[in-house]
Design a binder for this molecule. Sequence first.
Ligand code: 4AD
Ligand code: MG
Length: 430
Amino acid sequence: MQKFIKDLANHVGEEITIKGWLYNKRSSGPIAFLELRDGTGWIQAVAVKKDFSEELWTEMEKVGQESSVEVVGAVTKHPKKENVFELQIKDFKILQLAADYPIALKDHGPDFLLDNRHLWLRSRRQWAILRVRDAITTAINEFLHQEGFIRTDSPIFTPSACEGTTTLFPVPYFDEGTAYLSQSGQLYSEAAIMSVGRCYDFGPVFRAEKSKTKRHLTEFWMMDAEAAFVEHDENLKLQEGLVRYILRYCLKNCQEELLTLERNQEPLQKADAPFTRFTYDQAIEKLHELGSDIKYGEDLGNDDEGLLTKDSAVPVFIEKWPKSIKPFYMKRDAENSDRVLNDDLIATEGAGEIIGGSQREDDYELLLSRIQAEGLDVEDYKWYLDLRKYGSVPHSGFGIGLERMVRWVTGVEHIRECITFPRTIGRLKP
Ligand code: 4AD
Ligand code: MG
């Protein structure tokens, strides 16, 4: 009977079948140690020559790394290690013999690994990252449903910009002219909340970012949450609740993965505490104290974000930014019409911005004037303006970058390892 490696604790003493791949092989004369993986984990399988026919032993000797195999054997407890199991091989079948697997179990340069991303995914480290990514997705879905959000999703082909016109990817679209790949599903979620109250979308978004940094992809996954009758302060509470839920979920469910990645878990544990809150003005002041030469009205760079959070055990909200450097849809701050009711959430350990959110402008005239001031085509946003004509309500939302979150939780240096097939300014393949 086929069993999964993750379940072997329940099958000690039984004879079972593992279907998977050969990860590594060592042999010392009459004993061979085959390290097998089946997607759920890794196990050492032991073969003793005297128990095998000459033919089967020869077969086993020629099996190369990443050959697909079917192995029958008895599950035993590791002689020394607690909670580790081994397989005493009785029978062995090669499904497909792999020869000269290009990724040896040693160091390769990043370009080589990226060119072979389709194979690199099989390494232990990439396996762990993929699983943390899945855990974060699950945590997000769980938390949002607990908070009364339902998933509605947004289109990818869009006729206009959500996050500024400079990072749009155009696509020829039949007789309709040019479509643009979505930068964020937010505007559509704003329409959907007027039906269901609270909703979210979760999918790929696209930014023609020229930035060659360790935090930028041109295609990444974003979850945009949106809620009717939620204002700025409550919006921040939801974001903090979500991020802390994700951290707790991963610490609880991803121990094997985090150990594989040699992730120091203490900073993640400590980050699960009330977040710090600075206004943009306070942040600039603090940055000046810390020696930055950033000017009022400028966006924060990577270095500034790092400087601002370097001594903080918890993520930091920067709220109420100048409207001139933020998108048209953000609601003005009643106390200072030059500021908007928004926030960026900066994670700890130099992980940078993980969330962008805001209360949305809900007044028809003010929104119209912002669209015009940005030089956007009012015709494109007519439907969006309608939402302020028919039962407008205060509402807020935010977007979390999935791979940014994966990067922070895993402690992986470069965001390109946080998605199956990264797309960056210089990479479209494989
Ligand atoms: O701050 P952003 O641009 O916000 C929005 O798009 C809003 N419409 C979201 C909303 O209110 N519903 O992007 C949100 C998050 C960022 O905080 C960051 O985590 C991630 O998306 N992000 C990127 N991740 C990887 N590569 C890039 N090029 C990214 N750009 C943004
Ligand atoms: Mg942002």
